[in-house]
Design a protein around this ligand. Structure first.
Ligand SMILES: NC(=O)C1=CN([C@@H]2O[C@H](COP(=O)(O)OP(=O)(O)OC[C@H]3O[C@@H](n4cnc5c(N)ncnc54)[C@H](O)[C@@H]3O)[C@@H](O)[C@H]2O)C=CC1
Ligand SMILES: O=C(O)C(=O)COP(=O)(O)O
Length: 410
């Protein structure tokens, strides 16, 4: 059966070296126009490429701001081939009728394993010992080296990653306490701290696993660091904007903190050839990693398939299940019907205008699905109509005031 818009005309733009599994998933689903870039693009080029694309796939580096999205006249959907979606202006995408998908669990374990490894390394003082050995030095000493067993790990943000870190840390005999803005079920013997301050005062190692939100912007600054125990360790594999990096550098210089492991930075290089600049560069007691918490082959392979499959499903079938910014509708196949998709501003009267249109045209509705949120309504209508009728209906739907996007799936 033909689609309204032949698949070979749908342009898929994939940036930041997403897994080849994503390319393969699109190809197997019949998509042939796939533009693939290893890096993120400079803003002007990003705008130009996004303006041409129907589907855009990014990782954490490409910022799809309102300004960039203003160019995206043809855009149907966005895929974040990662967990975080802070790099996309989700509200603007929604009001343009563009759902955004991500892979909410597929690199969770990769981050958790790295964090646990870093906790052990930091507790043993390995970063500075390693650096010294590389310079031809030798300090065989137990001074400042500790077992993880029996130490307290404070997890800030007890979500998917935070809980996994907690479970792994308990297997080493660590005591896990956590702080979250939501009430959370404790796994294993982990316990909620009475407050953030309580967690900071009790933890030997503090690890951050919050998303980037207005509330987490610089949530970890000089005040919070000062409340940490002298000689404690800080790990951040969440987002670079969460920690005041200058305050951290100062606490390391004054030896209030004994070490840190930092994977994410307020400003990160655009690509592998660009220079990395940070006040933490040159500090032997800091493990610096180039935002690779989720960068394992296992995670990337799974993410490639998961996010591409969600984009294909939305493009082919209209399902928005697990979209992060959009009313979620899980749709059955529609082998005998034409499917019309109508995304509109959630204002009174749109639905009745849609239904009037069908009754006036004497078109039988086989099935109708509706989901709304305070801003946007998403209606899917399966109809017994031929191709020409469906196309005419799409044009009529598009003319209804408040319409954001319409599509027809034949
Ligand atoms: N370094 C890397 O490569 C990676 C980094 N990440 C980052 O890790 C973040 C967390 O990932 P998940 O655990 O999957 O997310 P999640 O959504 O499952 O968990 C986040 C938790 O933080 C809590 N939270 C939100 N605001 C908070 C606040 N102000 N104070 C305390 N708790 C707060 C939430 O209630 C939630 O429980 C992602 O948003 C992403 O930015 C994710 C994957 C890879
Ligand atoms: O999943 C996330 O949120 C990450 O931070 C990983 O981002 P990346 O795909 O490595 O650019």
């Amino acid at each position: 059966m033909k689609t309204s818009f032949p698949k070979q005309d749908i342009k898929v733009l994939l940036l930041e070296g997403v897994s080849q599994n994503a390319v393969e998933t699109f190809r197997q689903a019949g998509y042939t126009q796939i533009e693939y870039h290893q890096k993120s693009l400079p803003e002007a080029e990003l705008k130009a490429r996004v303006a041409e694309a129907h589907i855009v796939g990014i990782r954490s580096r490409s910022h799809l701001t309102a300004e960039v999205l203003a160019e995206a006249k043809r855009l149907i959907a966005i895929g974040c081939f990662c967990i975080g979606t802070n790099q996309v202006d989700l509200q603007t995408a929604k009001t343009l009728g563009v759902p955004v998908f991500n892979a909410p669990y597929s690199n969770t374990r990769s981050v958790a394993e790295l964090v646990l490894a870093e906790a052990i390394m930091l507790l043993r003082g390995i970063p500075q010992k390693n650096a010294l050995c590389h310079r031809g030095g030798w300090t065989k000493s137990a001074l400042g080296s500790y077992e993880a067993r029996g130490k307290t790990l404070g997890v800030i943000g007890y979500g998917h990653i935070g809980t996994q870190v907690g479970v792994l840390a308990e297997s080493l005999g660590m005591q896990v306490i956590f702080h979250d803005i939501e009430s959370k079920l404790s796994l294993g013997n982990a316990r909620a701290a009475a407050s953030l301050d309580d967690l900071l005062e009790r933890s030997d190692v503090v690890t951050l696993h919050v998303p980037e939100t207005p509330a987490t912007q610089n949530m970890f600054g000089a005040t919070q660091i000062a409340k940490m125990r002298k000689g404690a360790l800080l790990i951040n594999a969440s987002r670079g904007t969460v920690v005041d990096i200058d305050a951290l550098a100062e606490a390391l210089r004054t030896e209030h903190l004994a070490g840190a492991a930092i994977d994410v930075f307020p400003v990160e290089p655009k690509g592998n050839d660009d220079p990395f600049v940070s006040p933490l560069v040159g500090m032997d007691n800091v493990i610096l990693t180039p935002h690779i918490g989720g960068s394992t082959l296992e995670a990337q392979d799974n993410i490639g398939i998961e996010v591409a499959a969600k984009l294909v499903r939305y493009s082919d079938n209209g399902s928005t299940l697990s979209a992060v910014n959009f009313p979620e509708v899980s749709l059955p196949e529609h082998p005998k019907s034409r499917r019309l998709l109508h995304i509109h501003r959630n204002v009174p009267g749109v639905l009745s205008r849609i239904n009037e249109l069908f009754s006036a045209g004497n078109i039988n509705i086989d099935a109708q699905f509706l989901q709304t949120d305070p801003d946007v309504g998403y209606v899917v209508i399966d109809v017994s109509a031929d191709e020409a009728q469906a196309s005419a209906l799409k044009d009529q739907l598009a003319a209804i005031q408040g319409t954001l996007r319409t599509r027809v799936l034949y």
